[in-house]
Design a protein around this ligand. Structure first.
Ligand code: NDP
Length: 337
């Protein structure tokens, strides 16, 4: 098996030179281990943070060590109770085409009923996994969004954002999505967004204000932040009283780490804005059953659909990852092995 290794810590935007594909040593299976063949790898913006040598909620990748991340694999050989060859599993030993994994890689069998009902395995890396879970928790739990609310969501044509748009529409909210470029904005409208902001075509705030006016809404009740920067400031500027901001990500600043001027931050006081950053894993276990039931239902009814941007082959993993920062994906960015 082969795995991507981090060979140097990126300064700013990562490049191919920060990574190398290397052989993994072949080892006989020990107790509580599985040999897996990976089928799907997830690449996610949070992995950029793990490339820094800084303390955060997810441990840093170590130099010259194999990288990790969400993956779907097939069990080839098992010395772990409850797992047998042929089982499809979700686990954390991504960035590689397979190998030996232990309990630390958190293997979990994909639910047989969902697969039998036609759900694809990679759905568990997206709408039934990290990105769908983040959308659901952020929108419904952190921002307490409810029917009738006006929701603004950035990176609306990405994995998390496209799920936010659809969950919000299924709950009878008004949704304004922001994305880069006409094609992505068109898709956000197809998903049900009531209006869109193309942040690459012009500044965010005038477009957001114009969309609110067109929709006859005085402002936004919820902001689901995937981007930070100018988007966040536009949300401050247009927030209704008692608006709730779920701060999910700030991809606009992941690479340069620069704080941006927030001209409208002061509106947090008169508008009594409640802002909360959150990490999916903190809440997931506690609401897992409710999430699977609700999201499973939304998917089965067609209210939540899934679009994938797929890169083929382990070699393409770094292209897929770097593409996240260039907006190269519609929906979930995935690598098929
Ligand atoms: P996406 O599928 O949304 O991919 C990233 C998208 O971000 C790109 O397609 C691009 O779309 C947009 N983007 C990239 N750079 C910029 C920029 N400078 N300004 C504006 N938009 C930009 O990724 P995910 O759905 O996986 O993640 C979305 C966000 O959610 C990220 O910030 C991520 O870190 C966060 N996240 C947080 C979690 C948590 O627990 N808090 C868990 C999972 C994700 P476009 O073409 O529109 O620019």
């Amino acid at each position: 098996a082969k795995a991507w290794h981090l060979t140097s810590r990126p300064q700013g935007l990562p490049t191919h030179d920060n990574f190398a594909l290397r052989d993994l040593p072949d080892a006989p299976l020990e107790k509580d281990q599985l040999r897996v063949r990976n089928l799907w790898l997830s690449v996610d913006p949070y992995m950029r943070g793990r490339m820094n040598d800084a303390k955060s909620y997810a441990a840093s990748f170590q130099i010259d060590q194999p990288m990790t991340g969400g993956a779907i694999g097939e069990v080839v050989e098992s010395r772990m109770e409850g797992f047998a060859p042929g089982d499809l599993i979700l686990h954390m030993a991504g960035w590689r085409d397979g190998g030996v994994i232990g309990l630390d890689m958190m293997p979990n069998k994909l639910p047989a009923e969902a697969l039998a009902a036609g759900m694809t395995p990679q759905t568990f890396l997206h709408n039934m996994g990290l990105t769908g879970g983040t959308a659901w928790i952020g929108l419904l739990r952190i921002a307490s969004a409810k029917p009738g609310d006006t929701v603004f969501v950035s990176a609306a044509a990405g994995a998390v954002g496209s799920a936010v748009v659809q969950i919000a529409k299924a709950r009878e909210m008004t949704v304004i999505g922001s994305a880069g470029g006409a094609e992505k904005c068109e898709w956000a409208l197809d998903l049900g967004a009531d209006a869109v902001v193309d942040y690459k075509a012009g500044p965010v705030l005038p477009q957001l204000a114009a969309a609110l006016e067109r929709l006859g809404k005085p402002g936004i009740d919820v902001y689901f932040d995937n981007v930070g920067g100018e988007h966040l400031d536009a949300a401050f500027a247009t927030a209704n009283d008692f608006a709730r901001f779920a701060i999910c990500g700030m991809i606009d600043v992941y690479n340069d780490g620069k704080a941006q001027e927030m001209k409208y931050l002061i509106r947090t006081i008169p508008a009594r804005i409640r802002m909360e950053g959150f990490i999916y894993t903190d809440q997931f276990i506690e609401c897992m059953e409710e999430f699977y039931a609700d999201m499973g239902g939304l998917i089965a009814s067609g209210a939540v659909t899934m679009r994938e941007t797929v890169h083929e082959g382990l070699e393409a993993t770094t292209d897929a990852f770097l593409g996240l920062f260039a907006g190269a994906n519609m929906g979930k960015m995935l690598v098929r092995i």
